[in-house]
Structure formats: C-alpha cells, structure tokens
Design a protein around this ligand. Sequence first.
Ligand code: AMP
Ligand code: ZN
Length: 111
Amino acid sequence: MNNNCIFCKIANGQIPTDFVYQSSNVVVFKDINPQAPVHLLVVPKAHIENLNVLNDKELSFELFDAIKAATKKLGISEYRCVINTGRSAGQEVFHLHIHVMAGRDFLWPAG
Ligand code: AMP
Ligand code: ZN
C-alpha cells in the first residue's frame, strides 16, 4: 500500500469505488476517462509500479483471469487490452493496470 498512489487507495477501499469484479488480489473498475463505451481497469491490490516489476506467477494468472471474468460478466467477448509501461508508452499512473476496452471498433496498427 502506497499512500500517495490513487490505485492503491481505490484497490484497498480508501476511495469508495464500485468494482465490476474482484478476486483475492485483483480489482476491476471503470476508467474515469473512458476511451471506449466500455473501459475497465484491471488492477492488482498490491502496489506494483508496472509490468517490468511483476514477478508473481499466481498474480499474473489472476490478472488474466480477472480480464476474462469481468468481460464475461458484462457479456463481452471482443475487447482490446493495453498495458502502458513507462512514460513514453503513455503510463501516467505508476501502479500496474490493464486497460480493457470494448464497444467500438479499434484501429490496428495502433498509433
Ligand atoms: P495510464 O495512462 O496507462 O497510466 O492510465 C491511467 C488511467 O487511469 C487513465 O485512463 C485514467 O483515465 C485512469 N484514471 C486515473 N484516475 C482514475 C480514477 N480515480 N478512477 C478511475 N480511473 C482513473
Ligand atoms: Zn499503488
């Protein structure tokens, strides 16, 4: 728990948030500034700065499982996942999160 981290506060209940889904070590909630009709953030409860420092196999699986469980719960089978890692890649919140977006067409290659 990092007291300066917004996602730590959300994931650990210090900021009341409706979770779309949660498991023992992961929460899923809606992005405050959605880039698609559905835009979820899949977030570990532990403060892990980004993907480079994720080294827990069980948690890695739990994060992927939360993507599947949350999308299934919402009846979504087509979606895009993004993990911005580092400032130049667009990371602004330095607590690992997987963006899960759906409900519109997405361009590929991405810009
Ligand atoms: P990134 O740029 O990959 O670090 O993504 C950070 C994401 O967190 C952005 O899409 C923001 O809209 C989102 N965000 C920031 N603060 C909050 C918040 N309090 N609740 C929900 N989403 C947030
Ligand atoms: Zn954090």
